[in-house]
Write a protein that binds this ligand. Structure first.
Ligand code: 2HA
Ligand code: ZN
Length: 270
């Protein structure tokens, strides 16, 4: 067996979590990430028949039966992951229609998977119905997106249009727009279901007064979505209190979409 710490999926996740921390998106134990893995990514590194322990998930997700996930642990600090991946991360296989998670590696201090496991697994299931290549769910607390949810309308069309207008990149990077949930209690199946419902039409879902979820085919896609939305929110928070003299109008937004070959959500442009 090769050393699991050299597995590309693990190396890339550790780098990404470190980068998220360095962006200030994951204070203390804030944030969580899950990556759906193919069995072939693990076969050279782990004995997949050796289950360390079985952890009940508290929900069912029959679509994910037998799937492997690399996840962050509950209560773990992203800033520490690089120094002890085995303590802060885990590799799991879902069984019993998703009701149980078999731990195959990691969570070495006896810990459990992220408190937001329901939102992650339900979001994976939802994204994969619209994009079978979707493999990453990322959650974090970027300050400007959070700040925006205190002072801006939470209407999804208004929120999306505002971000699109803040930088030319936005409509190209997330043409489907951004979903917004009102404040809800985190860590529950309810917020998991509500997030997953939004994930059927968008890869970005804001949790008001809490943070954001991003989905992607790989870590770069999910990271890049959040990074772009957060940059737009930062610009908004810098200008919101000033007289606005110029913006990107709908004709400009349409030109961007045409030039870069993306289909913006039709009812979001006039
Ligand atoms: O503690 O971000 O939403 C991790 C979180 C919970
Ligand atoms: Zn959070």
């Amino acid at each position: 067996m090769k050393d699991i710490l050299t597995a590309p999926c693990l190396v890339e996740l550790v780098r990404t979590l470190t980068n998220m921390y360095d962006h200030g998106w994951d204070e203390r134990n804030g944030g969580n990430v899950s990556v759906l893995l193919d069995e072939s990514e693990l076969a050279d590194y782990l004995d997949l028949s050796a289950v360390i322990r079985t952890i009940p998930t508290g929900f069912e997700a029959p679509e994910l039966e037998g799937q492997y996930f690399l996840v962050t642990g509950t209560g773990k600090y992203f800033k520490n992951v690089r120094y002890d991946p085995a303590k802060n991360l885990g590799i799991l296989r879902l069984t019993d229609n998703g009701a149980n998670a078999e731990l195959l590696w990691g969570l070495s201090d006896g810990g459990s998977f992220t408190s937001e496991f329901p939102a992650h697994m339900m979001s994976h299931a939802a994204r994969r119905t619209v994009d079978p290549g979707s493999r990453v769910i990322m959650h974090c607390h970027p300050a400007n997106l959070l700040a925006m949810t205190f002072v801006h309308s939470l209407d999804e069309k208004a929120f999306t249009r505002r971000l699109w207008q803040m930088c030319s990149e936005c409509i190209i990077v997330f043409p489907e727009g951004i979903g917004v949930l009102p404040w809800m209690l985190c860590g529950t199946n309810e917020i998991g279901l509500a997030t997953a419902e939004k994930m059927k039409t968008t890869r970005l879902v804001v949790w008001a007064q809490h943070g954001i979820y991003g989905a992607g085919r790989d870590l770069d896609e999910a990271f890049g979505l959040i990074e772009t939305a957060e940059k737009a929110a930062e610009v908004y928070m810098k200008i919101a209190h000033l007289p606005i003299l110029h913006t990107i109008d709908d004709d400009g937004l349409r030109q961007l979409a045409n030039r870069y070959g993306v289909k913006p959500r039709a009812e979001y442009l006039s």
